[in-house]
Design a protein around this ligand. Sequence first.
Ligand code: SAH
Length: 226
Amino acid sequence: MTARIRLQPEAIGMGMTSQRVRDRLIDRLRETGIRDERVLNAIRTVPRHLFVDEAFATRAYEDTALPIGHGQTISQPWVVAKMTEALLQDAQPKRVLEVGTGSGYQAAILAALGLEVFTVERIGELLRTARKRFRTLGMNIRSKHDDGRIGWPELGPFDAIIVTAAAPALVSALTDQLAPGGTLVAPVGGAASQSLLRLRKDADGVIEETNLAPVVFVPLLSGMID
Ligand code: SAH
């Protein structure tokens, strides 16, 4: 898998968004256990400061979640790295569904890894902003404004599914849309305590579950808003 994005001049960045600052984030991710060089390379390449408001651009390469409006957050880079690593481990996914586009950053990381990305977001305004970012970066990512708890049945099954908001339990429509041999990564739990789970579906449709880490995500909510 190779990085396939064209960097625009504004993406090269200066000062707090310079390559040196970005490399420091990569060092930190290595120190905190991220090993997959493909994932580290995607994070080095995709300009995270273009996925947050200008007011937060100087903090874009800290290993922290940041607000993106509507009470939502762009996930912490370590969490993005961990989830992406979990999707690629012992698997060669081609088509991946993301539930919870948010800023579009996680989708952009998956696209930079050469995956065909489908992403669903329930908040119209966030999705419109994310789509502009995909265009700026020349990324061909398919997206729709919908309640992602139904997945994207017309386009499934998917080799991989990543859910970036927490539900109290696994959503069966999503596990149904996972292809045999596929991997699903999702935070599961309530506001107080959530676990990042990885599910592997074998060729017979039997699901095996691994608990990867404790995490904190915004909730997976029902319905759509403009
Ligand atoms: N992957 C995002 C993380 C955003 S936070 C990023 O890289 O920035 C989680 C997102 O999930 C929020 O934008 C929230 O609106 C969205 N979300 C919550 N419930 C949803 C649902 N049922 N369907 C689709 N998106 C949902």
